[in-house]
Design a protein around this ligand. Structure first.
Ligand code: SF4
Ligand code: SF4
Length: 80
């Protein structure tokens, strides 16, 4: 399954909770970064970042028909 990880930038406060809750370490965010950034290929679509974000700033959507990758290769294909 492939996933589209999208940040709704106007909602994001840069709190970093999404990075901290991601057990796959699929979200990158340093002190120098205003916004979180997904690391391509690491997201498993668990939705923890979506449910834990206090500001409803993340959407993770399965892309069932995205044909460029294999079935068992979870991948973030885009953000924003
Ligand atoms: S948890 Fe939500 S508000 Fe906080 S940095 Fe992540 S996306 Fe932004
Ligand atoms: S959906 Fe799960 S694996 Fe993907 S970035 Fe969010 S917390 Fe990490």
């Amino acid at each position: 399954m492939n996933y589209l990880w999208r940040l709704i930038g106007e909602n994001c406060t840069g709190c970093g909770i999404c990075r901290d809750v991601c057990s796959e370490h699929a979200i990158k965010m340093s002190r120098a970064m205003a916004y979180p950034e997904p690391i391509p290929g690491k997201c498993t679509g668990c939705l923890d970042c979506v449910t834990q974000c206090p500001f409803e700033a993340i959407e993770v959507t399965p892309l069932n028909n995205y044909s460029n990758q294999t079935e068992n290769e979870p991948k973030i294909v885009s953000w924003r």
